[in-house]
Design a protein around this ligand. Structure first.
Ligand code: NI
Length: 260
């Protein structure tokens, strides 16, 4: 059993074969998929898709690229959406200083406002970071003990990993770890405490090496688990089991969805 803890199968790239993609995930024993929203539209469509299958869950949030679009109305709608039984986390939210599609101060403001919602409602957070650890970590450190979650698609070094673990966050590892030149990522994958590890695809992006250049999909999370197992000299099954356990505990799946 594998869990893809970060997928965007609600978007256009999957509109023609969503059900086949889900079938392939099932055949690959990817039993659970977390569909991550990044703006209002994709948050709503994540929920809609999660309603169709027991093993799909959803998140809502505004990505830092779209931070400039955050209005009081958007926040109000997010407040409504998180009441849905399939919504198990807030995100992806964070800071992106690589593309800077919204000004830094606007990104920080949107991040803080959404962290407030997550904190007030006891929802774990999915963090997006690109070249912004210097600002993200202090913001999270200021809320230590009040928020929890995962640094999705972690690309920092071991030192940043340690700081993230100190504030109680999980480390999400995706397809990049399978790239031959991703040495820093592979070092992190070797040393991250197993009880803090999650695996993900971030599909349709960041396709693992064996399909690089093509569209990514949840079934390929198995390649991520396999690579981590190889790096840690353990079996893929062990990585599958521990990351499934971690996911269920972090997102409190049983409590949030007793039917699951
Ligand atoms: Ni993502």
């Amino acid at each position: 059993m594998f869990i893809d803890s970060h997928a965007h199968i609600q978007i256009n790239q999957f509109q023609h074969d969503q059900e086949e993609v889900l079938k392939r995930a099932n055949q690959a024993e990817v039993t659970t998929i977390l569909i991550v929203g990044f703006d209002l539209e994709t948050s709503i469509s994540a929920i809609a898709l999660s309603e169709k299958h027991d093993n799909l869950f959803a998140t809502v949030g505004l990505h830092p690229h779209n931070a400039k679009d955050l209005t009081p109305d958007t926040l109000k709608i997010f407040h409504q959406l998180i009441k849905h039984e399939k919504v198990i986390a807030f995100g992806e939210i964070g800071l992106d200083y690589y593309r800077n599609l919204s000004p830094k101060d606007v990104q920080i403001d949107a991040f803080e406002k959404q962290l407030d919602i997550a904190e007030d409602n006891n929802l774990p957070i999915i963090i997006h970071n690109r070249d912004a650890y210097m600002d993200i970590l202090p913001i999270l450190e200021a809320r230590r003990g009040k928020v929890t979650g995962v640094l999705h698609c972690f690309t920092g070094d071991v030192e940043l990993m340690r700081r993230s673990l100190q504030i109680g966050f999980h480390i999400g590892i995706g397809g990049i770890v399978t790239f031959p030149n991703a040495k820093k990522m592979q070092t992190v994958a070797k040393v991250v405490p197993l009880e803090k590890l999650l695996i993900e695809t971030d599909c349709p992006w960041l396709t693992p090496q064996f399909q690089r250049g093509k569209r990514n999909e949840p079934a390929y999370v198995v390649a991520v688990a396999k690579k981590i197992a190889e790096l840690r000299k353990t079996c893929t099954q062990a990585i599958a089991e521990i990351t499934t356990k971690n996911f269920n505990a972090l997102f409190d799946i049983k409590k949030r969805n007793p039917n699951y």
